[in-house]
Design a protein around this ligand. Structure first.
Ligand SMILES: O=C(CO)[C@H](O)[C@H](O)COP(=O)(O)O
Length: 230
């Protein structure tokens, strides 16, 4: 997706923000355009507070001069704007390509509205082409991996799990955990899979976001397309 399209979706989302809003600030290259657009509006006098979904977003928001808070101080948010790796027609998402899905999901769940900003190519018929990120605690990694593989097999899915790496080392999340990326191809029953993964000890959070997004702004070559309530 070109940066211009990402920015267009982000700027449309930023236009939905008004004074006094408590915002969840997403993570990733598309969300970064939203944070930049909000920063510009804050410098122009907009009064908002934000909860960042990652350390990277926190640093960007601080540079932009966006006042920040935490979910401990502000447990209820008006609007979260975040990117996604995939979304389907029911606004079900795969997130976590940037490894931030644990905080992203907590922040989205604390928000009255969650708007996804993404390019049109992320809109799919069936989720699963993008590998599903599963965040696990480092303790007992092998046992947890075996348990997840059993769940995948039991769900009729290929248990192709790969430990995410960065610069030759295991990728470590902001919360000190590891990520197993599940290369599934198609997820026909996301609700059942989400429930089964949630039941595995050692799984902290997976990247299936079900019933959280309330709207989406998709940037396509032909312009912006809106899904759900925007
Ligand atoms: O879930 C995410 C990070 O954990 C991102 O929102 C997702 O990876 C999309 O990123 P980008 O906008 O860079 O394509």
């Amino acid at each position: 997706m070109s940066d211009t399209l990402k920015r267009a979706a982000a700027e449309r989302a930023a236009a939905l923000v008004s004074d006094g809003m408590r915002l969840g600030l997403g993570t990733g290259s598309t969300a970064a355009h939203f944070v930049a657009a909000i920063g510009e509006r804050v410098r122009g006098g907009l009064k908002v507070i934000g909860v960042p979904t990652s350390e990277a977003t926190r640093q960007q928001a601080e540079r932009e001069g966006i006042p920040l808070t935490t979910l401990d101080e502000t447990p209820e948010l008006d609007l979260t704007v975040d990117g996604a790796d995939e979304l389907d027609g029911q606004l079900r998402l795969i997130k976590g390509g940037g490894g931030a899905h644990l905080r992203e999901k907590i922040v989205a769940a604390a928000s009255h509205r969650m708007i996804v900003i993404a390019d049109g190519s992320k809109h799919v018929e069936t989720l699963g082409r993008f590998p599903l990120p599963i965040e696990v605690v480092p303790f007992g990694l092998k046992a947890t991996e075996i348990a997840i593989a059993k769940v995948l097999k039991g769900s009729g899915l290929n248990p192709d799990l790969r430990l995410r790496a960065k610069d030759g080392n295991p990728f470590v999340t902001d919360s000190g955990n590891l990520i197993l990326d599940a290369h599934l191809g198609r997820i026909e029953k996301p609700d059942a899979l989400a429930a089964a993964l949630n039941a595995v000890p050692g799984v902290v959070e997976h990247g299936l976001f079900l019933g959280l997004a309330t709207g989406a702004i998709l940037a396509t070559g032909e312009g912006l397309v809106e899904l759900g309530q925007v």
